[in-house]
Design a protein around this ligand. Structure first.
Ligand SMILES: Nc1nc2c(c(=O)[nH]1)N[C@H]1C(S)=C(S)[C@@H](COP(=O)(O)O)O[C@H]1N2
Ligand SMILES: [Mo]
Length: 337
C-alpha cells in the first residue's frame, strides 16, 4: 500500500482473504443458479451472463477486519511502531470491475413478492454464504467477471464474483455459484460466529454492511526516512457510503488541521487520493489524517470508537492513525489517536 501511487490496485497485488483456499474452476462448466422466491428458477452459464449489457465501475473492496493490527498493543501497552500502512490498513484494494447489474439477472428469473433477502453462495470448499437485503440488489450490486481489464484472478473469485460496492469484504462472495431469494436472513456462520461486532453491553452488532469512512497517510510512513524541507504528504481515503468530501491533515499531532487536496476524479465508494504540501522543519512531530464523507460522517478517534462499541471490536475499526516523525527523519507508527 505504501508503494502505490494513484488509486487503482494492480490486480496481482489485490489483497486476499479466503476461508477455504482458492478453488480451480473450469469457466466453461461454471454456472450461477438463481432460485428461491422467483418465478423461473434459472441456471446461467458464464456465456449467458456475458450476453447482458455490461457495466464497468471502480470500487474498493475492504475486509471488515482491516485495521485490527493497529488496534492491538505490545507488552508496553503501545502499538508496534514498526507497522506499515499495508499492515494497519492494507486489507482494501481498489479496482475497475466489469460485469452485469444483479437486478438484471434477477429480472430474468422474476422476483416474487415478499423476497426481502437473498443468499449469495460461493463455490469454494466452505461454500461461503452471506445473506444480503434485496435493496442492495435493486441498488448497485453487480455480478462481475473482469477486473482492471482482464478476467478476475483466481484469488479474486474467477470466473464470477458478487460485488457489493461499499459493503464489507465478506459480502463480496467469490466464485459465485448460487443466489437464493427468501424472506429473511439465513444466519450463516459468516454472519453469526464471525463478522459480527461484540458491543460493550454484551450484545453484538450484526449485518454491519457499510464500510465507514477512513483514511491513511501512505507517505511519509514507516519504514520511510525523510529529509527536511518541502515534501508531499500523500494518502488514501474511502467510504462505503458514497464520496469522500474532505480529508483533513494535521502535522502537529492534531492541534491544527488543514484541508488536503483531493485528486480528481473523486468516485463513489472508491479509493480517493489526497495530498498536502508540507515543509518539515526537522523537529519531532506526529502527522495524521481524518476523512469526511458526503453523509457528513467524520472518521472517529480511538476514544470515540471505544465509547461507541467498547474494546471488543475486531471489525469496522477505522480510527484516525498517526505517524511519528523523529528528528533523524525516521517515521514510525504512532497508533490510533
Ligand atoms: N467464496 C468466498 N467468498 C469470499 C471469501 C471466501 O473465503 N470465500 N472471503 C470474503 C472476505 S472475508 C473478503 S474480505 C473478501 C476478500 O476479497 P479478495 O480476496 O478478492 O480481496 O472476499 C470475500 N468473499
Ligand atoms: Mo474479510
Amino acid at each position: 500500500m505504501q508503494d502505490f501511487t494513484g488509486t487503482i490496485t494492480p490486480a496481482d497485488l489485490h489483497f486476499e482473504v479466503h476461508h477455504a483456499g482458492v478453488p480451480a474452476i473450469d469457466p466453461a462448466k461454471h454456472t450461477l443458479l438463481v432460485h428461491g422466491r422467483v418465478d423461473r428458477p434459472t441456471v446461467f452459464s458464464l456465456a449467458d451472463i456475458k450476453r447482458f449489457p455490461q457495466v464497468t465501475r471502480t470500487h474498493f473492496i475492504e475486509c471488515a477486519g482491516n485495521g485490527v493490527l493497529g488496534w492491538g498493543t505490545n507488552e508496553f501497552g503501545k502499538p508496534n511502531p514498526a507497522l506499515t500502512p499495508q499492515q494497519i490498513a492494507g486489507l482494501t484494494s481498489n479496482s475497475e470491475w466489469t460485469g452485469v447489474p444483479l437486478r438484471v439477472l434477477l429480472a430474468e428469473a422474476g422476483v416474487r413478492r415478499g423476497a426481502a433477502w437473498f443468499l449469495a453462495e460461493g463455490g469454494d470448499a466452505c461454500l461461503m454464504a452471506r445473506s444480503i437485503p434485496m435493496e442492495k440488489a435493486r441498488d448497485d450490486a453487480l455480478v462481475v467477471w473482469a477486473q482492471n481489464g482482464e478476467p478476475l484472478r483466481p484469488e479474486q473469485g474467477f470466473p464470477l464474483r458478487l460485488l457489493l460496492p461499499g459493503w464489507e469484504g465478506s459480502t463480496n462472495v467469490k466464485w459465485l455459484r448460487r443466489i437464493e431469494l427468501g424472506t429473511q436472513p439465513w444466519m450463516t456462520r459468516w454472519e453469526t460466529a464471525t463478522y459480527t461486532d461484540p458491543l460493550a453491553n454484551g450484545t453484538a452488532r450484526q449485518f454491519a454492511f457499510e464500510m465507514d469512512a477512513r483514511s491513511i497517510i501512505t507517505s511519509p510512513s514507516h519504514p520511510q526516512t525523510i529529509e527536511r524541507g518541502w515534501r508531499q504528504i500523500s494518502g488514501l481515503a474511502w467510504t462505503g457510503r458514497g464520496k469522500i468530501t474532505r480529508v483533513d491533515v494535521s502535522t502537529d499531532g492534531g492541534r491544527t488541521w488543514v484541508t488536503a487536496v483531493l485528486q480528481d476524479p473523486v468516485l463513489s465508494k472508491a479509493h480517493t487520493r489526497f495530498t498536502h504540501m508540507w515543509e518539515w522543519d526537522g523537529r519531532e512531530t506526529i502527522i495524521m489524517s481524518r476523512a469526511v464523507d458526503e453523509t457528513g460522517y467524520v472518521q472517529p478517534t480511538r476514544a470515540q470508537l471505544i465509547e461507541a462499541r467498547g474494546i471488543g471490536t475486531l471489525y469496522h475499526y477505522n480510527p484516525i492513525y498517526g505517524w511519528r516523525v523523529m528528528p533523524n527523519g525516521r517515521v514510525f507508527f504512532y497508533g490510533a489517536t
